[in-house]
Write a protein that binds this ligand. Structure first.
Ligand code: AMP
Length: 410
């Protein structure tokens, strides 16, 4: 029984409306509002929307709706996505939204052991209706020639910019070359640089366009920034964690070595946390993610591996222990909070070397982000440090934190 919902106007199949009710989605998000009618109409689509906007359901809902009416559904839709975490999340969303529909899906992603390979290979040959795959792994299977996508009708490229950043262009093009030309293609990307437009030009046909909040963080996220010298970061971090109440927090570091170190140090300081990075195998990642989602693990410390592949709604705090080199990553990191109409808070620790990066972030988010003053940050307003959100003037290297010039003349 489908309840009256804001989704009624799309004319979706009652089974899909029941799935929506079961998932608790009452009102379409802006990207859903715009994209769903276009996809239902059968148009190719290029959509600029970041994670957290509800973009997954924007393509999953009309796909399920289309597939319900097909008799032959075997391998008829393919969703390409950059990471295994995203593949799993999309697959879970399909499972939820198609709970009342006769639609099957499989996630295909790399890593794991030979048993996982065999299981995924078998699933592809025997067939699910919808395949959600990372490009590298899918291509490894397609190269075996044991199955084909001859009956494919729908192709989705999810987080296209990220897939290109991760070097998947060649795999994507090889996969697309083996798909039927007569299909509907949808492309979702958080940003629309030229290379994405070129990719769109080569694989989409006369696409409709939808653009949502061009790579800007949701307004509901309170973005705080602190000027902190590296040796003071830990002290400031533990004080912030104690001061600002949270249920679930993510802490991002620039490298997995830093993640491992911070994880241990926080643990010794009594902060219950786990480290999430690319050295962990898939089952370890899933175990951590389950504990985090269930609220049994309050803090995850991770690299940017975490920033894309996590679909948890109740994260209230994201901390950038380091400023990410790429401003887009900042948006993705803090986009883990403030999801699904909830409020969130992000905190970024900026050292003098990061001022230039911080300025680029401000440019991307489209406004200046004021500093929050903190004691014990170790930051003195030396000319090099005081360039507002500016530069390392004159290109001179900043002093190393803790460096004291030796005043004794030789
Ligand atoms: P996404 O941008 O696809 O990663 O979605 C962000 C989060 O919003 C996911 O946890 C979805 O389950 C949730 N979500 C998507 N659409 C809706 C909706 N219409 N109402 C409530 N929650 C939604």
């Amino acid at each position: 029984m489908s309840e009256e919902s804001g989704f009624d106007r799309f004319g979706l199949h009652p089974d899909v409306l029941d799935g929506l009710a079961a998932m608790g989605f009452k009102k379409p998000s802006p990207v859903q509002e715009q994209a769903i009618p276009l996809v239902l109409e059968g148009k190719d689509l290029i959509a600029c929307a970041q994670t957290g906007t509800g973009k997954t359901a924007a393509f999953v809902l009309p796909l399920i709706d289309h597939l319900i009416s097909h008799e032959k559904r075997h391998l008829s839709a393919l969703i390409l996505t950059p990471t295994r975490e995203l593949a799993l999340q999309i697959d879970q969303q399909i499972e939820g939204l198609s709970y009342y529909s006769p639609i099957s899906s499989i996630p295909i992603y790399g890593g794991g052991d030979g048993a996982l390979w065999d299981q995924q290979h078998k699933a592809l040959r025997q067939g699910a209706d919808l395949v959600v795959a990372t490009p590298g792994r899918l291509w490894s299977f397609m190269a075996t020639g044991n199955f084909n996508f001859d009956s494919l009708r729908y192709l989705v490229l999810d987080e296209a910019d990220r897939m290109l950043d991760m070097g998947f262009l060649e795999d994507i093009m090889r996969i697309v070359a083996r798909l039927p030309k007569d299909r509907q293609t949808l492309m979702f990307s958080a940003t629309m640089p030229d290379r994405i437009r070129q990719l769109a030009g080569s694989i989409l046909r006369d696409p409709a366009q939808v653009s949502i909040a061009v790579s800007r963080p949701a307004d509901k996220i309170e973005q705080m920034a602190f000027k902190v010298m590296d040796p003071h970061k830990l002290q400031v971090l533990t004080a912030l964690l104690a001061e600002f109440p949270f249920r679930s927090a993510l802490i991002f570091c620039s490298s997995k070595d830093k993640v491992k170190q911070l994880h241990q140090t926080l643990r010794k300081a009594g902060v219950m946390n786990e480290a999430f990075h690319s050295d962990l195998d898939q089952s370890a990642r899933e175990t951590l993610m389950r504990a985090f989602k269930a609220g049994r693990l309050p803090v995850l410390v991770g690299t940017d591996v975490l920033s894309r592949g996590i679909d948890v709604d109740n994260i209230d705090l994201v901390i950038n222990y380091d400023v990410p080199p790429d401003p887009e990553d900042y948006v993705h990191r803090i986009g883990r909070t403030g999801r699904a109409e909830r409020n969130g808070r992000s905190m970024t620790m900026v050292n003098p070397m990061d001022l230039r990066r911080w300025k680029r972030i401000e440019e991307l988010v489209g406004r200046s982000l004021p500093w929050t003053e903190r004691p014990l940050c170790g930051w003195t307003e030396s000319p090099a440090n005081s360039a507002g959100s500016g530069e390392n003037r004159g290109g001179r290297p900043h002093r190393k934190p803790g460096y004291r010039p030796n005043r004794t003349k030789k």
